[in-house]
Design a binder for this molecule. Structure first.
Ligand code: FES
Length: 128
């Protein structure tokens, strides 16, 4: 199976960054992958409108774990607007590509991140 993935994917799969849970997260986003049934949750901490801390929990394949790890790296330190602009393709590109049958796995990471941010914005809106 290694041959299918870029070195970068394998690196993130073997040593995922920011894996785990943020107990006092400001917002959480969970999405399920309709293609395979895998599940991903992203936790975010916001400070000064920026993603101060981010962690993920993924119950999924190697590509799902690698993309989760990658997206937490991409999103950390970004403003909410910038983080919302991170696309599924950005994640795959940063990993030097994913096998086409695995592209759906990268959707999970971007969707979970966007969902967490939207949940945060909605929460803010309600607090007003
Ligand atoms: Fe389910 Fe990759 S096979 S996320």
């Amino acid at each position: 199976m290694t041959g299918m993935y870029s070195e970068k994917v394998m690196e993130h799969f073997r040593k995922p960054k920011n894996m785990g849970k943020i107990e006092d997260a400001d917002a959480v986003g969970t999405v399920g992958n309709p293609v395979c049934g895998d599940l991903m949750t992203i936790y975010i901490k916001i400070k000064d409108n920026k993603i101060h801390d981010i962690k993920f929990q993924t119950f999924g394949c190697a590509a799902a774990i690698a993309t989760s790890s990658m997206i937490t790296e991409l999103a950390k330190g970004k403003t909410l607007d910038e983080a919302l602009k991170i696309t599924r393709d950005d994640v795959a590109n940063e990993l030097n590509g994913l096998p086409s049958i695995k592209m759906h796995c990268s959707n999970l990471a971007a969707d979970a991140l966007h969902k967490a941010i939207k949940n945060y914005l909605q929460k803010k809106e309600r607090e007003k």
